[in-house]
Design a protein around this ligand. Structure first.
Ligand code: T4K
Length: 389
């Protein structure tokens, strides 16, 4: 891209304040202070406190799930999900198109990740390519509902049943997503949520596991607390994954506004789609029939041949205008030095994931994002295309 075009863009569209890919919906400080006062008075800071238990109960109601444990963050939740199913050796089939936490929890559980290519429409693991990767060492499928788009849960379930495998969903992006009347978290053996500050629903840091039975929920409860059953009994090698009272009270306040957050994001996503739909070389995800989406992210895909410049050049142009989109997820996890020597990590084995990872750019999306900023982002993308064609 020539410097004249960049200068023209910066002169016309550069924003005074930085715009980030995501921002948390902050509750009022007065409301949070009311919780802090109670925490101070009780001197109860963590370990299944009053707000932790209230949050767990209310969250189950909101999500429409029966068995849930809160966690300090989504990564520890995923780590414990595998331990709860006693998966701590062998291989697990997973997607390379995700955040590093997904394959890293496998590594930390002494499991070899086996990367499977993704579907070209949903960007989730492609069920049609899973079976050929199954070996005598395969223990489970670890799928991710990327950007909150549900995986092909029925197809994954059928493969898992046929081969006797567990299914774990990394549902870090899928808070509140439903397929028909059913929460997406009810599929598979266990689903892990993240409530990190960058997520549409946050408890500062935080996460949860949703499971199928009370027996499994109670096993997770022990694993989350060092394996402690009572003051004199440790029943297994657990870890410290507990959520504290400061996180839980933040989460309680978030629950009051999460529907509003999802609705606002939905309206902004519609605006993006209306504006970007007419620009050659730019594509994006559409809503799926029968799915309640959460608009966790707004990824676009840049086809350089049609659009005129590539994803990296578009990203840089936006940065010059004080807008910070993010390349979620580039590079692919299979290209990290710790995994790239694995046979399943060979780029030729993952053609769709390789292409999508080079084309994707997540645009700013959060409930309180000004529509004027969304308009500016779209105008920049439009302006570049028309200047280049
Ligand atoms: N599985 C999947 C599929 C995931 O995407 C994630 C996390 C996990 C598992 C693990 O869950 P956790 O253990 O994190 O609960 C961010 C988040 O740190 C990460 O949670 C998230 N996925 C990932 C997609 O995004 P970064 O490295 O991009 O974050 P950062 O700090 O660059 O933040 C992005 C933007 O958000 C900033 O430019 C500004 C804004 N921001 C950020 C923070 C931290 C705020 O406005 N306020 C804040 O406090 O990873």
């Amino acid at each position: 891209m020539n410097s004249e075009l960049t200068d023209a863009l910066v002169n016309r569209y550069r924003l005074a304040e930085p715009v980030y890919v995501s921002r948390p919906r902050m509750p009022s400080l007065a409301d949070y202070n009311r919780y802090l006062e109670k925490i101070w008075a009780s001197q109860w800071l963590t370990n299944d406190g009053q707000f932790h238990n209230e949050f767990e109960r209310k969250l189950k109601g909101y999500l429409g799930v029966e068995h849930l444990n809160l966690f300090v963050n989504g990564t520890i939740a995923l780590l414990v999900a595998l331990q709860s199913l006693r998966i701590n050796s062998g291989e697990v089939i997973t997607t390379p198109f995700t955040f590093p936490a997904t394959p890293h929890v496998l590594y930390w559980n002494n499991i070899r990740p086996v990367f499977c290519d993704i579907d070209k429409k949903t960007f989730n693991i492609d069920p049609a390519k899973i079976e050929r990767l199954i070996s005598p060492d395969t223990k489970a499928i670890l799928a991710v509902h990327v950007y909150g788009t549900p995986c092909d849960v029925e197809a994954i379930e059928a493969i898992a049943q046929k081969h006797g495998l567990y299914v774990i969903y990394d549902a870090a992006h899928a808070f509140g997503v439903r397929i028909g009347e059913k929460s997406v978290l009810e599929y598979g053996d266990v689903s892990a949520l993240s409530f990190h500050a960058t997520k549409l629903f946050t408890s500062i840091e935080g996460g949860a596991l949703v499971t199928k039975s009370d027996k499994q929920r109670s096993r997770i409860q022990f694993l989350r607390n060092f394996g402690i059953a009572d003051e004199e009994t440790v029943i297994g090698p657990g870890i410290n994954g507990k959520m504290n009272e400061f996180q839980a009270s933040f989460g309680l306040l978030q629950l009051e506004t999460v529907e509003e957050e999802i609705e606002s994001r939905g309206r902004l996503a519609d605006l993006y789609r209306r504006r970007l739909g007419r620009i050659g070389g730019i594509s994006f995800l559409e809503d799926m029939p029968g799915v309640k989406h959460n608009y966790a992210y707004f990824p676009i895909f840049v086809d350089e041949g049609v659009y005129g410049i590539n994803r990296d050049q578009l990203c840089e142009a936006m940065r010059q205008c004080n807008i910070s989109p993010r390349k979620y997820f580039y590079p692919l996890c299979s290209d990290y030095p710790c995994y790239s020597a694995l046979p399943s990590a060979r780029p030729g084995e993952l053609p769709v994931a390789q292409r999508v990872s080079r084309q994707v750019l997540c645009l700013p999306l959060y409930g309180r994002l000004d529509t004027a900023i969304v308009e500016t982002v779209c105008t920049i993308i439009e302006h570049l295309h028309s200047s280049l064609s």
